[in-house]
Ligand binder design. Structure first.
Ligand SMILES: Cc1cc2nc3c(=O)[nH]c(=O)nc-3n(C[C@H](O)[C@H](O)[C@H](O)COP(=O)(O)OP(=O)(O)OC[C@H]3O[C@@H](n4cnc5c(N)ncnc54)[C@H](O)[C@@H]3O)c2cc1C
Length: 321
């Protein structure tokens, strides 16, 4: 109920105008967001790298409404790739296709995606396509297929899949045949019961099933390991803060003999730093999703929706002032 309301608010323009006007909202959001500029994010990533943790950059923003805005966002992502190369930080890039034109003009989005992938390829870097809500799932996969048909492979571009969607197992199996590398998540949006498991237990069970499918596929593909520079991830990236899901993946990989360097764990900036460091110390690649920018409102609201305790953190900050 509360989760649905917060996800509704994440898309409501009036709520965005109200919340982003509060200094305290930014103070709370900055627990999850590295800062407003690329350089803020670079600093945060350098700190993570110093602890043996890798990163994936995320330029905040989604659902751009004009072609100019979409192209400008794509330019921003090209600048991130340049900055990673210039500074040598151990990071790749995550992108949201609605930020670069999906839903507005899919052919423009495809052009922007290809430009980004060409730049990433120049630097031998990797681009992960985030998965947004279910009205965009099919188009996201079509655009990924379009990139694969244009000559990019699993070393250049990868996809996020969500365990709450019924369709994900079939999508994953098909894309595995094309050599795609995956980030597995539970899913952060509000979805109808026709599309997604309404019960958390089913989402978790499907998460474990998908972990197993990805780990088996990695083993069958002779366990491709993370690249030396930490940019190109292994085939499965298990992205969760849920220790039971992490333990399942870890134990299953160990049981079938998948080496640690062929299994990545991912978490969000500001969440479970203890667990991030623990897994890295155990020898697994750990990558943190580092968002930055001024369009932090929907991202922040989804983080509040995931954990009601975060709201109390927000509210207590509000009353402290
Ligand atoms: C690297 C990464 C990339 C992602 N990319 C996408 C994407 O492209 N598309 C998409 O739909 N979703 C994405 N997500 C979000 C994901 O779908 C979940 O909404 C999010 O990870 C919370 O679920 P959980 O797996 O941690 O499990 P949960 O069962 O929700 O949480 C398990 C435990 O983790 C901790 N926790 C979880 N969330 C929070 C929080 N916000 N604040 C504090 N503690 C928390 C709590 O201790 C909680 O008990 C991504 C997540 C990660 C880690």
């Amino acid at each position: 109920m509360l989760r649905s309301f917060l996800i509704y608010l994440s898309k409501a323009g009036w709520a965005q105008r109200m919340v982003t006007g509060w200094k305290l909202a930014w103070m709370t959001a900055s627990r999850f967001v590295a800062g407003e500029s690329i350089l803020d994010a670079i600093r945060a990533i350098q700190e993570l790298n110093d602890k043996g943790i890798l990163a994936t950059f995320d330029q905040l923003g989604e659902h751009t409404t004009t072609a100019e805005e979409a192209t400008q966002s794509a330019e921003g992502i090209l600048a991130i790739l340049d900055e990673i190369d210039k500074t040598g930080v151990k990071s790749n890039v995550s992108i949201k296709l609605t930020q670069i034109g999906m839903g507005l003009d899919d052919s423009l989005c495809c052009e922007n995606l290809i430009r980004i992938l060409n730049r990433a390829k120049e630097y031998k870097n990797f681009v992960r396509i985030d998965m947004e809500d279910s009205p965009y799932t099919a188009t996201t996969i079509e655009l990924l297929n379009c990139a694969l048909d244009s000559g990019f492979d699993g070393q250049s571009v990868g996809l996020v899949v969500q365990s709450y969607l019924y369709r994900t197992e079939e999508d994953t199996r098909k894309l595995l045949e094309r050599g795609v590398r995956f980030r597995l998540v539970k899913g952060a949006y509000q979805e109808p019961p026709e599309q997604a498991y309404p019960k958390k237990a089913d989402v978790d069970a499907n998460f474990d099933l998908l972990s197993k499918i990805l780990i088996d596929a990695a083993f069958a593909a002779r366990s491709p390991a993370i690249s030396e520079d930490g940019r190109i991830p292994p085939l499965p990236a298990i992205a969760t803060h849920d220790e039971k899901r992490i333990d399942f993946a870890r134990q299953y990989a160990e049981k079938i003999g998948l080496p640690k360097k062929a299994l990545e764990f991912q978490m969000l900036y500001g969440i479970r730093r203890d667990l991030q460091e623990q897994l890295a110390a155990e020898g697994y690649p750990v990558r943190v999703y580092v968002p930055f920018g001024t369009h932090w409102y929907p991202y922040f609201m989804r983080r509040l929706a995931e954990r009601p305790a975060n709201i109390w953190f927000f509210v207590s900050n509000f009353f402290r002032k």
